[in-house]
Structure formats: structure tokens, C-alpha cells
Design a protein. Structure first.
Length: 119
């Protein structure tokens, strides 16, 4: 069973950048699509971005707006989310997740990492 562990969260001022990383263990993620979600206080969890083994990506345009970049290192079993031009609305717990090809739902989740953007 694949396990995911996020790192890189913290506090940053508005306009700043953060880079989140997610390391997978317990197996290869070659058969998985990897993604990032976030959940802000009082809101439902929302999709941020996902990336395929081939490098194909999808973003949530409403939340990303060209500011975030997802990437993965298949050799290292890691996925990263580079976040630029952060604003207070980006404050949330960010989760790394994985779903197997052919499945529509993400069923492997990390514990989450807090990102707080201050004005």
C-alpha cells in the first residue's frame, strides 16, 4: 500500500512563494496519478492539480490561475507543488493524494500540511 507524506508547508506573506513536496513510500507510484488538494477553514476540500506518470497535468483554473506548478520525479517517487503569488485565499491544509489509473477517485491520502498566507 502506497503511503504519502507531505512537507514544505508553513507561513508566508502575501505575494510570496512556497514549495510543497510529497514523498511516496511502500511501493512505486508508477501506476498512479498524483494530485494536490486543499481545504480551507469552513470549506470543502477542493482539487488543485494532478499529474500523470507521463507528465500530463490538469489544474483547477479557479484556484490556481497560473500561479501553481505541479511536477513529479518518478525515480524518486515524489510530487511537488510550486506555489507563487500566494494570497490569503490560499490559506488551507494541502493534501497530497494518489489514484490508480482507471479509477476516478483519489483513495490514497497524505496527512496534510498547513499553508498560511498572511497579509
Amino acid at each position: 500500500q502506497v503511503r504519502l507524506v507531505e512537507s514544505g508547508g508553513g507561513m508566508v506573506q502575501a505575494g510570496g512563494s512556497l514549495r510543497l513536496s510529497c514523498a511516496a513510500s511502500g511501493g512505486t507510484v508508477s501506476g498512479y496519478i498524483l494530485g494536490w488538494f486543499r481545504q480551507a477553514p469552513g470549506k470543502e476540500r477542493e482539487f488543485v492539480a494532478e499529474i500523470r506518470w507521463s507528465g500530463g497535468v490538469q489544474y483547477n483554473p479557479d484556484s490556481v490561475k497560473g500561479r501553481f506548478t505541479i511536477s513529479r520525479d518518478n525515480a524518486k517517487n515524489t510530487v511537488t507543488l510550486q506555489m507563487n503569488s500566494l494570497n490569503r485565499e490560499d490559506t488551507a491544509v494541502y493534501y497530497c493524494a494518489a489514484r490508480a489509473y482507471g479509477y476516478s477517485s483519489f483513495d490514497v491520502w497524505g496527512q496534510g500540511t498547513q499553508v498560511t498566507v498572511s497579509s
